[in-house]
Design a protein around this ligand. Structure first.
Ligand code: IPD
Length: 286
């Protein structure tokens, strides 16, 4: 049977590279910074321009109406994932880094069919690292196969957690309390690159054992989820239940033992879902 989505996968890599070139050209220029959900949730003209370039290129290639799009900058209210072939795009993952010149910024492009992620591409453009993975076909960085670390003992691990863009004191308290408990297990270290997509690729390459966050969006983690799974890792809800792309909660890890130990410490808090659905229970599989 012909490989229906291979062409789309290869094209996504091309488009991510083109988008990354624009980001690299713009990063040193004077930029106007606007805010979105809070005063620390930043957006620039480059985010909007790069998203237009990506969606425009995909529409030119595959037709105006063939696919649906969920893009960070063009999806204003709730995004719905249907059975239709759908691109899920973060044009500049790590906008705060981009604004400050902190050297981790990624283009994240995923593709889902019948609500299942088919492939994911993350271009960490300032490092020139092109991560990609397709269901059942392995994960790669700059065309070299990648795989997660084989560390199962949490006391020998590095864990990534981010604090996101919500500064509500009660939420910040839970985030830092979770980080403190994990740090004191103890683990070798806590890290964070400032881009969820890159964080997931760091799990996929074995540089760290896990990354979790509550408050991320589907466009931050869709591509990384395929890359982590294809590199041999797992992607779950922060409760240990199945990963739900629209839930804004995600834990990726190299191994179940590491995931289980982290889940024990996570102080979960409520965030509105990306699809606007009120509340879904996340049964733990552990
Ligand atoms: C952000 C980054 C960051 C994460 C935030 C995201 P953006 O994405 O992925 O690492 O902590 O939750 O919103 O806004 O730069 O695309």
């Amino acid at each position: 049977m012909a490989d229906e989505w291979q062409e789309a996968y290869e094209f996504a890599v091309e488009v991510a590279r083109k988008a990354g070139m624009v980001i690299k050209q713009e990063i040193d220029k004077e930029m106007k910074v606007l805010t979105k959900s809070s005063t620390v949730d930043l957006v620039t003209k480059t985010d909007e321009r790069v998203e237009k370039i990506i969606i425009g290129s995909l529409k030119t290639k595959f037709g105006e109406k063939a696919h649906k799009f969920i893009g960070e900058e063009s999806t204003e209210k709730g995004c719905e994932l249907t059975d239709a072939p759908t691109w899920i795009i973060d044009p500049v993952d790590g906008t705060t880094n981009f604004v400050h010149g902190f050297p981790f910024v990624a283009v994240s492009i995923a593709f889902a069919v019948k609500k299942e992620l088919e492939f994911g591409v993350v271009y960490s453009c300032l490092e020139d690292k092109m991560y990609r993975a397709r269901n059942g076909k392995g994960a790669f960085c700059n065309d070299e196969p990648i795989s997660v670390s084989d560390v199962k003992d949490i006391t020998k691990s590095i864990i990534i957690s981010e604090h996101g863009t919500d500064r509500t004191p009660a939420k910040v308290e839970k985030i830092f309390s979770t980080m403190q408990k994990i740090l004191c297990i103890p683990v070798h270290g806590l890290r964070g690159s400032g881009t969820a997509a890159t964080n997931m690729c760091l799990v996929a390459t074995g540089a760290v054992e896990a990354f979790f966050e509550i408050g991320i969006h589907c466009w931050d983690v869709a591509a990384g989820a395929v890359i982590v799974r294809e590199a041999g890792g797992i992607v779950l809800d922060v409760s240990g239940g199945p990963f739900d792309l629209m839930s804004r909660r995600m834990l990726s890890a190299n191994h179940e033992d590491i995931a289980k130990r982290i889940i024990k410490e996570i102080e979960v808090f409520e965030v509105p879902r990306d699809d606007g659905v009120k509340h879904l229970q996340q049964p733990s599989s552990f």
